[in-house]
Design a protein around this ligand. Structure first.
Ligand SMILES: NC(=O)c1ccc[n+]([C@@H]2O[C@H](COP(=O)([O-])OP(=O)(O)OC[C@H]3O[C@@H](n4cnc5c(N)ncnc54)[C@H](O)[C@@H]3O)[C@@H](O)[C@H]2O)c1
Length: 401
């Protein structure tokens, strides 16, 4: 059946979990994808109980290993079309490797894994299997982020001189993990979160936003990973001053201790002809400043090509044609997730039909983006250990070394 919905299996997501919920809504957003199976918890009994109590029928599995193993025994056309990994960072590598080995595409939460060693192995496995692998860098899914990418990458604000890419939160300003709060507990444990707490959790989003919008790579960093809450073993405040591939500079910064900031992710790109600003807490608008002109505020889906700044071209027409609600009926977080899954679905269907992938990198972040995030964290950890000494980004599989 050519138009059957894609079937998705969850790895993680039961009992008190957070990010599974926006993903699950996003998967069901268009009616062309659905969640049909899941290994929802590390404890097999809880995993099965959670599946039995799920809000819609779901084939439960006691563990992700058993779920993937069962799938690998099915004929290809009956297997899950992709698995979604929504577990803490230390449970990304193993399920991803198992799914790849079973020939099942993977959509994985960020950061890709725990360290560069795991990232190298994942890149090699994905290349060898040749299947779609997406990484859930949510904020690429905002229509306005995609417009920002078009504006900057097409040189409309000139050459990029400076980027401030940030993600500022305040929820870990106290020792929340000491209360047993689920999300805080694993995020502040190096064995479960990786070598950088704040940098891994949200600094990687800021890095991805910079790379996605500008198309520029970070070549070297001078970083400080700091911990303000006493007794916390990982950074809760992360600052990386970056040298970009075009000679420009950037700040990739993140914090979890700035009280009052909720999910304050944003980007400011200063070019030789103008500056662009965008914030995810006000995701429907994007601001462009041009010298000697009134500020331009572009609302999602309410842009006019050929307005003296935005040219009339196919890319603008394609952006305007993306299925969405009219401007003024707000889109936000869930729509961004849906856009990522929509593009990933298109690539899974293309791969199944043995056609080239169309949206890897432009519609969702890829395995190479995941590798770059881990390489960036490795460089920042090294630099910070040397009091912020300039440190070159590691070479590696995703950079062709
Ligand atoms: N893209 C985003 O915007 C975004 C936002 C939040 C979290 N995340 C990422 O999503 C992941 C999960 O974060 P969260 O806040 O939802 O965590 P969470 O603690 O809320 O949920 C994790 C889930 O994984 C389950 N789990 C743990 N080990 C398991 C195992 N071995 N088998 C099956 N299930 C297991 C837990 O029981 C829980 O249901 C993290 O990697 C995090 O960095 C991304």
């Amino acid at each position: 059946m050519a138009n059957r919905p894609l079937n998705v299996g969850l790895v993680g997501g039961g009992k008190g979990a957070f990010i599974v919920h926006p993903h699950q809504r996003a998967i069901h957003f268009d009616g062309t994808r659905r969640v049909t199976a899941g290994a929802l918890h590390a404890d097999p009994a809880i995993a099965m109980q959670e599946a039995a109590n799920w809000t819609f029928p779901l084939q439960g599995h006691p563990s992700y290993a058993e779920m993937i193993d069962a799938q690998s025994k099915l004929p290809a056309e009956q297997r899950l079309d992709y698995v979604l990994i929504v577990t803490p960072n230390h449970v990304h590598f193993d399920p991803a490797m198992r799914a790849i080995a079973a020939g099942i595409p993977v959509f994985c939460e960020k950061p890709l894994c725990l360290d560069l060693r795991e990232a190298n192995a994942l890149v090699k496995a994905v290349r060898k299997a040749g299947l779609p692998f997406g990484l859930a860098h949510t904020y690429l899914g905002h229509w306005t982020t995609r417009l920002a990418r078009y504006i900057v990458r097409n040189g409309l604000i000139g050459d990029v001189r400076w980027v401030d890419s940030y993600y500022v939160q305040g929820w870990l300003a106290t020792k929340l993990e000491a209360t047993g709060q689920q999300q805080a507990t694993w995020r502040t444990d190096p064995k479960l979160a990786g070598g950088s707490g704040c940098g891994g959790d949200i600094g990687t989003h800021a890095l991805m936003q910079l790379r996605y919008v500008t198309g520029l790579e970070v070549e070297a960093v001078s970083a400080q990973l700091e911990t303000f809450v006493e007794g916390r073993p990982l950074d809760d405040h992360f600052t990386a001053y970056c040298r970009l591939g075009n000679g420009g500079k950037a700040l990739v910064r993140a914090s979890q201790v700035c009280i009052g900031h909720k999910n304050d992710l944003g980007i400011e790109v200063a070019g030789t002809k103008g500056t662009l600003r965008w914030r995810q807490e006000e995701p429907e608008q994007l601001v462009v400043h041009l010298p000697g002109q009134p500020d331009r505020v572009y609302w999602r889906a309410a842009i006019s090509a050929g307005d003296g700044f935005l040219p009339k071209d196919k890319a603008i027409a394609a952006l305007l044609a993306e299925p969405t609600v009219p401007s003024g009926h707000p889109e936000a977080f869930h729509d961004a997730f849906a856009r990522l899954h929509r593009f990933f679905e298109a690539d899974v269907r293309a791969w199944q039909a043995k056609k080239p992938l169309q949206y890897a990198g432009s519609g969702y972040a890829t395995i190479d983006d995941g590798w770059t995030g881990m390489a960036f964290l490795a460089a920042c950890l090294k630099s910070s250990a040397k009091k912020g000494a300039w440190t070159v980004m590691p070479a590696g599989v995703a950079r062709g070394a």
